[in-house]
Design a protein around this ligand. Structure first.
Ligand SMILES: [Fe+2]
Length: 126
């Protein structure tokens, strides 16, 4: 769903469709995808991969590129990676340790198409 109607730079953009085949091209290029375990041990380190462009490659040029990726646990900010164009790609592996159980959420920002949110990735703490 595009927030603020057709203004991509107002609010946060989200795909209404979780299935990639139902996404439009803009959604495929911008929706961050989170790969993480379904459950982890409380207080132990684990890997979380976040990728933009899995379903359709996003351009990576000086005038159109992904500027940053951020990872949250619920509303809690976990980390951020900034990118330059052409030499860097928005594929990130975070090392995370959680003490509270909230879904993981990622955000990315495209200089031409605004901020986009991933689908929530539920993660259970053992
Ligand atoms: Fe874009």
């Amino acid at each position: 769903m595009k927030s603020c109607k057709k203004d991509l730079f107002c609010g946060v953009n989200r795909s209404e469709n979780r299935e990639p085949e139902k996404m439009d091209a803009l959604e495929k290029k911008h929706t961050p995808v989170i790969d993480a375990p379904d459950s982890v041990s409380k207080g132990e380190k684990f890997k979380v991969k976040v990728e933009v462009g899995r379903y359709k490659e996003h351009p990576n040029e000086h005038d159109h590129f992904i500027q940053f990726l951020e990872l949250y646990s619920g509303d809690t900010f976990l980390g951020r990676v900034d990118f330059t164009s052409e030499n860097m790609y928005p594929f990130v592996e975070f090392t995370v340790k959680l003490n509270h159980e909230h879904p993981l959420v990622a955000y990315e920002h495209c200089n031409m198409h605004g901020t986009w949110k991933s689908f929530k990735k539920d993660i259970k703490l053992k």
